[in-house]
Design a binder for this molecule. Structure first.
Ligand SMILES: Cc1ncc(C[n+]2csc(CCOP(=O)(O)OP(=O)(O)O)c2C)c(N)n1
Ligand SMILES: [Mg+2]
Length: 538
């Protein structure tokens, strides 16, 4: 029977053969055989290892790497509660189809239910995702190949039972002669057969998270307005309408739409949800399933890919663009007439992303403000905007951004998130001195609490008594002191000019720019902005 060490070696060989190049490890004793094999593989240059203390941040680190590199990224934990700490990242990966591989070290199955230390049932602990379990003596080749094939577009769990002795000092991992294939990025699927749509209907294209270039290409081919969320990957060129969510509320054009074509996973705004729920419109979803779309009525159609038979005349798009320009001007006037606001931060951040830059955006107001004020980028300049929109958690954002910045070469990497989102994942900054570190500028929109709630129903004056404690949750945390504790450069700004200047500074390593804004005015400001756009376009 082969040993735990031999099992670990063959698992590393299989991972390399499947194109794995980055691995995250959160140490423990049971995962030891794999830890040592990964250390040797890192030393040999076969992969890059990242070691973290906190499994929750380790999971999101791997998620960010997988999102930015389109590769599968394993995260290894020891047994017990360590495994459960991966659950948030696995859920996010499941809902955004990211190829995260959770590798959980386990005790031998015979010890389950006996009260043995650090032993629980880890089998399928993450529910319905592809799963494989291996024990010493198993032949991992076929098992791992089958597992990764089943998880071609999403996460998987590999549970490894390691028996004692955990360490065999005479056996070290060595690179196999020849090694595995050098590169294997995302699985290559055959191009989907496009359904040809007839031009002539007043059509808008909605691009949600991870919609990709096809949404922009179709909008351009049809001469249609494009409502592209910041993390859609399609907010480029001349068709995106920046303030589309306010135009859907206030512009007479909204009532003239006949057809909506949806790509990706839209999550950011109620006007778009309302649009997609309208039973009187033809809604065409381009993708693999209708899951999550409210309008499943007779007018809904699911197609694998879309093309258009002719280009519509310029009028429809031009009218939307004109309304978009009026809305943008009204918004700019509001921003310029005030001190630093959330909207102004979003605008400065968007302006600071150079060609080939990377932007990782947090949930809550950050991504919504960016959605409202971020200009479309130029096609082909390869800016990448990412966000965890699978479940839109405020957890793990910092670690995801660090992972993305590590795994994707970029001219400049920026993370942009709210203060609670930053504090929630503060352990993401816990990076040992010998570990690879990215160059990353973290912009914190710092308003001491969750300001998004002020813009929702619960922010109304009648809930004022309970609002601060059970929604806003001000923490009073000293972000500068925390940065000091983690050895991270901190820079506080409270004007647009200072933020813009700080963003253009050349820097290496991780640094934080804390942009301090008020929270008290947020509800009012959101209403004023909406009114200003309404007045400008109606
Ligand atoms: C893990 C998780 N817990 C709770 C929430 C609910 N939630 C959404 S936004 C938010 C507040 C975020 O505050 P902050 O990051 O400061 O952003 P702001 O609203 O101030 O822009 C919370 C708690 C969530 N999305 N994810
Ligand atoms: Mg906040």
């Amino acid at each position: 029977m082969s040993s735990s060490t031999e099992l670990a070696h063959s698992v590393v060989d299989e991972l390399l053969a499947h194109g794995v190049r980055e691995v995250v490890l959160a140490p423990g004793s049971r995962s030891g055989p794999l830890a040592l094999a990964l250390y040797d593989a890192d030393k040999a240059g076969a992969l890059r290892l990242h070691v973290r203390v906190d499994e929750r941040t380790a999971g999101f680190l791997a998620l960010g790497m997988a999102k930015a590199s389109l590769r599968r990224v394993p995260v290894v934990t020891t047994s017990g509660t360590a495994v459960a700490n991966l659950h948030p990242a696995v859920l996010e990966a499941k809902h955004s189809r990211v190829r995260l591989l959770a590798i959980s070290a386990d005790r031998p199955a015979a010890l389950r239910g006996t009260g043995a230390n650090q032993t629980t049932n880890q089998e399928r602990i993450f529910g319905e995702i592809p799963y494989a379990g291996l024990a010493p003596g198993a032949e991992p080749g076929a098992e791992i190949a089958g597992l990764l094939e089943a998880a071609a577009a999403g996460p998987a769990q590999l549970n490894l039972e390691f028996d004692e002795p955990l360490i065999t000092s005479t056996l070290r991992w060595r690179e196999q002669s020849g090694g595995g294939p050098a590169e294997k990025a995302t699985a290559l699927l055959p191009p989907a057969e496009a359904v040809v749509l007839a031009a002539g209907k007043r059509t808008v294209v909605v691009a949600g998270d991870n919609a990709g270039p096809p949404a922009r290409i179709l909008a351009e081919a049809g001469n249609w307005p494009l409502f592209a969320e910041p993390s859609s990957g399609s907010r480029t060129g001349h068709n995106p309408i920046g303030a589309y969510r306010l135009l859907l509320q206030h512009s007479p054009l909204a009532g003239q739409i006949d057809r909506v074509i949806v790509f990706g996973h839209p999550t950011l705004s109620r006007p778009v949800s309302a649009l997609l729920a309208r039973a009187d419109l033809e809604i065409i979803v381009v993708g693999e399933d209708l899951h999550g779309f409210p309008n499943k009525g007779e007018h809904s159609q699911l197609i694998p890919a879309a093309a258009v038979d002719a280009t519509d005349g310029p009028r429809w798009l031009e009218t939307w663009r004109e309304q978009g320009r009026l809305a943008d001007a009204a918004i700019a006037a509001m921003i310029d007439g005030r001190d630093l606001t959330g909207y102004a931060i979003a605008r400065e951040v968007a302006a600071a992303v150079p060609p080939c830059g990377l932007l990782y955006v947090g949930s809550s107001n950050s991504i919504r403000d960016l959605d409202l004020v971020g200009p479309p980028f130029t096609v082909g300049e390869r800016r990448l905007t990412l966000a965890n929109r699978g479940l839109a958690g405020i957890d793990g954002t910092l670690s995801s951004a660090i992972g993305a910045a590590l795994a994707r070469p970029s001219t400049k990497a920026i993370a942009y998130l709210g203060d609670l989102t930053f504090l929630h994942d503060i352990n993401g900054l816990l990076i040992g001195p010998g570990e690879p570190r990215p160059d990353l500028t973290i912009v914190v929109a710092s308003d001491d609490g969750g300001s998004i709630f002020a813009t929702l129903e619960q922010g109304a004056p009648e809930y004022a008594g309970s609002f601060e404690r059970v929604y806003a949750t001000p923490t009073g945390a000293d972000i500068s002191g925390l940065c000091l504790a983690f050895g991270i450069t901190h820079n506080a700004v409270d004007t647009c000019g200072a933020l813009a200047a700080a963003l253009t500074e050349e820097s290496t390593g991780i640094r934080v720019i804390e942009a301090t804004i008020g929270r008290a005015d947020r509800r009012n400001l959101t209403a004023l902005l909406s009114d200003a756009v309404r007045d400008a376009v109606s």
